[in-house]
Design a protein around this ligand. Structure first.
Ligand code: AP5
Length: 189
């Protein structure tokens, strides 16, 4: 059975990285995580590194052209099926991504803001991520999600490829729902 490519979508801290790790452990996916790649780029002593560092620190989105060039480069290296974690975050990125790769499933982890803030502050104690350590930066990331990323829910719903998963559940229950969804959605290929 050939698996569809998956976009992991949801608010900051909704569990995208956690679900990505589960999928990779259990199935045969390659992964592109734009957040992880950007955190590597920000450490470099380059013009891009400085721009990315400043944007990530403040919880702002990185310009589309940087994100798309990352995706293009990674797609050259990887074999399908792939998981894309963290992109798209804007309607423009959604349209651009469709030109680069066939998105088969958009797994939307649905979580309330009230759950996200303590989750990320807790992770900030050990993650070494500046954007997890300050409640105002977390709120800024959530605001940015609402204005820039949320319209993608309707964009993908209209295409019939959005699958909503309750991300408020305990992690093991989220994994069970994800596994059921993967099996159902890959049946029809
Ligand atoms: P990115 O790394 O993608 O950050 P994010 O979207 O803010 O997501 P997180 O990594 O914070 O959370 P997650 O949803 O992966 O949750 P996780 O599984 O870790 O991007 C970072 C930055 O890069 C962005 O802010 C932006 O600046 C830039 N960027 C990236 N992509 C971009 C793009 N396309 N365009 C422009 N800019 C871009 O879980 C979080 C915590 O919750 C963990 O501690 C976990 O253990 C816990 N947890 C998870 N699930 C559960 C559960 N069900 N119950 C209880 N705890 C849970």
């Amino acid at each position: 059975m050939k698996s569809k490519n998956i976009v992991l979508f949801g608010k900051p801290g909704s569990g995208k990285g956690t679900v990505a790790a589960h999928l990779i452990r259990k199935y045969d996916y390659s992964i592109i995580s734009t957040g992880d790649i950007l955190r590597e780029i920000k450490k470099t002593d380059t013009e891009h590194g400085r721009i990315v560092n400043e944007l990530l620190r403040k919880g702002n989105l990185v310009p589309n052209e940087i994100v798309l060039s990352i995706i293009r480069e990674k797609l050259k290296e990887l074999t399908e099926p792939i998981i894309i974690d963290g992109t798209p975050r804007t309607l423009q990125q959604g349209m651009d991504l469709s030109e680069l790769v066939n998105v088969g499933i958009v797994l939307f982890l649905d979580v309330n803001d009230e759950t996200i803030i303590p989750r990320l502050l807790e992770r900030g104690k050990t993650s070494n991520r500046e954007d997890d350590m300050n409640v105002d930066i977390i709120k800024q990331r959530l605001n940015q999600y609402k204005s820039e990323s949320e319209p993608l829910v309707e964009f993908y719903e209209k295409q019939g490829i959005l699958v909503r998963i309750d991300g408020e559940q305990p992690i093991e229950d989220v994994f069970k729902d994800v596994d059921n969804m993967i099996n159902d959605r890959n049946q029809d290929m």
